[in-house]
Design a protein around this ligand. Structure first.
Ligand SMILES: [Zn+2]
Length: 157
């Protein structure tokens, strides 16, 4: 199974939170709330993604059989631990991808985010990134705690 930078995954609809965490870590992680098994397998195959799933029927489908990681636990913390025991994590990839839409972030000049981030953040941070697709702004001081809150929020929908 491929790992690290080039790894692309497709998480099934039960694994939304796991997919978001994988994006935080910089993995290319697709996830759709409502997608049927056939469509999921088709897209994963076309895009060369490893399927992450808890669905025992889905992994019996052709192609999926050889290209999945079966997730054992229904708890996101455990799921993340399992994934990290299989795929290599590259710290340099951390915060390179938009959590909301899975797009690679671009560097943004400090001036360009003026008025778009809280004043305290603007005065204390030097380096910012933006998502070219949904325009969300990220900065290096985005703490783990904030990230957790963000993941909770997005996972709730
Ligand atoms: Zn985005």
């Amino acid at each position: 199974m491929s790992e690290g930078r080039g790894l692309k995954i497709f998480a099934d609809s039960m694994l939304g939170k796991l997919a978001l965490w994988m994006r935080v870590m910089g993995y290319d992680a697709e996830y759709e709330k409502a997608i049927d098994d056939g469509e999921l397998v088709k897209r994963a195959r076309m895009e060369g993604r490893v399927i992450l799933t808890r669905d025992t029927l889905l992994i019996k489908r052709r192609w999926a059989r050889e290209n999945h990681l079966f997730i054992e636990s229904d708890r996101p913390g455990e799921q993340l631990r399992q994934v990290l025991s299989v795929f290599k994590i590259d710290k340099e990839m951390f915060l390179t991808r938009c959590i909301r839409c899975n797009t690679l972030l671009e560097d943004a000049g400090k001036e360009s985010v003026k008025g778009l981030v809280p004043p305290y953040v603007y005065s204390t941070q030097e380096s910012f990134k933006t998502c070219p697709r949904c325009r969300r702004i990220y900065w290096a001081g985005t703490h783990r705690e904030n990230m957790e809150r963000e993941v909770e929020r997005i996972a709730r929908g």
